[in-house]
Design a protein around this ligand. Sequence first.
Ligand code: IVH
Length: 667
Amino acid sequence: MNQNEAASQIAHLREELEKQNHNYYVLNNPTIDDFTFDQMLSELIGLETEFPEFFDANSPTQRVGSDHNQDFKQVAHKYQMLSLSNTYTEEEVQEFDQRAHKLTDENFEYVCELKFDGVSISLTYEKGLLVKAVTRGDGEKGDDVTANVKTIKSIPLRLKGDYPDEFEIRGEILLPFSIFEMLNRDREEIGEQPFANPRNAASGTLKMQNSSVVASRKLDAYLYYVLGDNLPDDGHIELLHHASQWGFKISEHTRKCKNLQEIFDFLHEWNIKRKELPVATDGVVIKINSSRIQQELGFTAKSPRWAIAYKFKAERVSTTLNSVSYQVGRTGAVTPVANLTPVLLAGTVVKRATLHNEDVIKSLDLHMGDTVFVEKGGEIIPKIVSVDLTGRHPMSEPIQFIERCPECNSLLIRQDGESAWYCPNETGCPPQIKGKLEHFISRKAMNIDGLGSETIELLFQKKLINDIADLYDLKQSDLVGLDRLGEKSATRILDSLETSKQVPFERVLFALGIRYVGETVAKKLARDLKSIERIETASIEELTGVEEIGSKIAESLVNWFADDRNKRLVDRLKSQNLRFEMKSEQKEGQTDKLKGLSIIISGTFEKISRDDLKAFIELNGGKNVTSISAKTNYLVAGENIGPSKLEKAQKLKIPIISEDDLLQLTN
Ligand code: IVH
């Protein structure tokens, strides 16, 4: 493919992929299957790598994020990001309407829209391209989170239709309930405290340093406020309709309301219907539609006079606390759970509520037999919000957190700075043993087919397994004859265990279930340190030297390997032939003469193909990069090099060399 053909194919693929992103993530109406989409995306990635002169920061390929750590720059907002004043009753909404009418003689209409409960974001577009995404911060200035926001598929990187040359659009970044639940399950698996609600999870995700992890979290975004000098309409709702044409995701539930009655109808309707939405909402925002009248009314120091938030009341009931039970997780963390007299709340019967940890019990000052208020708000899981002290028996005892493990009677420990109590008996406490086994066999870890939590329970009960290495000692005769297990299932389990010996080191490391060592951390450790021996003997300093590894993770690793039982476990697994090092093949001609150098190649070459040149750079330890930055060490220029690339290299004073010069560098 020549350069011209590549240019037009790249443009075609970019347009088609953005259209499909829009169909899928904004319109909820995909028109091609995932496989075709992935094929087009990999074709584009291939072409962009081969023809780096066509790099574009807003290409759909940029949505996968990058592995590099980023620092967030503080950026001043062009228009201050104010908040809204809150109301909780219809009377207050009525007062807002009266105040507004006092401030202007003109007639006006309102728009009611859902108040999304996420993280607010300001997006700036210039000439149809997303150039900046900034968090609210203190309202005056926020964090530049552009790289992370680019990974959100429902946010257009390039607009369609007739958009203003320059404008800002604000909205809310959200983590859908379904993703939130999956994320929390994963966090609990590695002993991380789960996020309290989708808003915290979205906010934590948006501030992550590694944008490729952000990309995997599947954030969503609704936009609700267009700002700029040359906007195509006066009306707020009309502007939102325009924005929807430009490619933004706008809530379809936004509605014009002529009077208070229509506003109240909207409030009543959505107080119920919001429970069916895939994302969290905590109220309704009522805005005057006309921008001209909005300007006439202006702002107070904190909020606009032309808009108000009506907050939904979280549904709340009172019931009795009958007892507190304690659950022990895979990592030994002990979670207190309140057992309540069953009560109907927001359509479901609530019998239990999580109490999270000891501090929550203390701050509620819970006593046995208390009458408690239970709420179901953005948190989804019901929680106890307060105690009705009027109903407390004078002799009732405060709840004392248990001192010993309810499963194995070990003395619990609580480390400085941690909120959870842990059972330290990792290898003898049944829920910890079973939890570790279940984690080890799970899909993202060793992926053992045919084994599930019921079979694990059974094998544990029959004393056939007590740790993960025991799995590899299982024989056909151990399995056949167990409840519901025939020849066929037994063979499948044994085959699958055999196959798992080929699972790469990074997944074995994750499967060991070391606290805080999740999938990403395991990958980084395996790729950087290459073998279990190096991880085992690494100091805290060496471990924290690895990207993304902080002192909490490093300490957890050092403690894990300091325990002889864990060392023996690893030795057994090694003798069972599991992979404990990265597979690395020393290739012929391999050197590290270009180590640490970032090299970009551009144009076509006479003696060598571009692919071979790239392979040559890698073989000698160099890194092929696709865009020029101040960090690029060399530009290897061939025939027909793109003029903009050349210009940029000259501007940044990056040495421009020929292919022969490159060969010289390795001699
Ligand atoms: S309008 C000047 N509309 O609520 C007013 N805000 O307390 C600009 N929010 O920071 C905000 N849904 O994060 C507006 N439909 C909506 C909203 C909304 C959620 C959030 C936003 C803002 C906060 C105001």
